[in-house]
Ligand binder design. Structure first.
Ligand code: NAP
Length: 309
């Protein structure tokens, strides 16, 4: 619990703000939601502005903002907020490029405010225990499978198919955020194959080959899966097999359910943010975004059939 309730505003009101940020902020005593900024959408019961400039000009009492617009548009807003001495939570992915988020990190340090490049999947119920269990394991092989339906999870979102929208890496980076967090050694990309629909600027599928120490890490991302989603990471180790399923919500070790009790992802995420603010710290781990950038740098590109929503 923080000493003083944090007055927070949300910026970029869309699916994730309504699904997760608003109910989580409302449920936590550390925060008071005082305003929103969005070009078109509004949030009932609080003051609304069309952009972050108007928000910060009008409300000098705001101490923190959660930036939830598409990643291509986050840097300028974050720069504005940090320059004004406001703590910033960045939705994932934290930005459109690695270097812009590094610049934000320097700015936050200069201004003495907290910057949190959040990765919500790292707060899934099974993840912390998986990390502890793997800490003293020798990794032999890893498979990550992140398959879902773009039609189901991102209906009508044009930005996600545009340059910087990341395509299938928008969900796939959640898996990478877990893998980079739980595995005891850093990941290195060796090769990648990216499938771009003929009418899109971002991939619909990706196969990555990585190494964790000497172990092979095989990643499959697919956005055209119309059945049940598969968000899984499987690690073969000298201690046995660890599997995280359902995006990290389920933990199995050698086939036995070991999932601990836990709160929802966004409660963990917002508790971490208030802890960072209380301790005057930032948390900016760019490794999932760096691996994604590496895949775009190194990956071979295949053009596949045009895709229509
Ligand atoms: P979304 O539904 O498209 O909402 C984003 C909102 O940002 C839009 O509704 C829009 O509201 C605002 N915006 C500001 N500038 C924009 C621009 N130039 N183009 C388009 N919209 C703009 O997207 P979302 O699903 O909430 O995703 C937002 C971020 O959250 C992404 O980084 C995504 O990876 C992350 N996320 C999403 C989910 C999910 O399940 N969808 C889960 C976890 C994290 P106005 O028109 O009112 O400005």
């Amino acid at each position: 619990m923080v000493d003083q309730v944090i007055k927070i505003a949300v910026v970029g009101v869309g699916k994730i703000v309504r699904d997760q940020h608003l109910p989580t902020i409302a449920a936590l005593p550390d925060y008071e939601l005082v305003a929103a900024a969005s070009r078109n959408a509004t949030v009932e019961g609080i003051e609304n502005f069309q952009d972050i400039d108007a928000l910060l000009d009008a409300r000098a009492d705001i101490q923190a903002v959660a930036l939830c617009m598409p990643p291509q548009h986050r840097f300028v807003a974050a720069q504005r907020a940090l320059s004004a001495g406001v703590h910033v939570l960045l939705e994932k992915p934290p930005g459109a490029t690695v270097s812009e988020v590094q610049q934000l990190q320097y700015l936050a340090n200069d201004k003495g405010v907290s910057l949190f490049a959040s990765w919500h999947s790292r707060h899934a119920t099974g993840v912390a225990l998986a990390k502890r269990w793997l800490a003293d394991a020798t990794i032999e092989a890893v498979q990550m499978r992140w398959h879902e339906s773009v039609r189901k999870w991102h209906p009508g979102q044009e930005w996600i198919w545009q340059a910087g929208g990341l395509g299938v890496f928008d969900p796939g980076i959640n898996g990478l955020s877990i893998a980079t967090h739980i595995l005891p050694s850093a990941l290195r990309l060796c090769s990648a194959e990216l499938a771009f629909p003929a009418n899109k600027q971002a991939p619909i599928a990706a196969q990555l080959s990585m190494r964790c120490g000497t172990a092979d890490v095989a990643v499959s991302m697919d956005w055209a899966t119309e059945g049940a989603e598969q968000w899984e990471i499987c690690c073969q180790t000298d201690k046995g097999q660890l599997k995280l399923a359902e995006g990290g919500a389920i933990l199995q070790i050698d086939g036995n359910d070991m999932t601990p009790d836990g709160a929802c992802e966004y409660v963990g995420l917002y508790n971490h943010f208030s802890g960072l603010i209380s301790n005057s710290q930032s948390d900016v781990d760019l490794s999932p975004l760096q691996l994604t950038a590496d895949a775009f740098l190194l990956g071979s590109r295949q053009t596949v059939d045009a895709f229509y929503d």
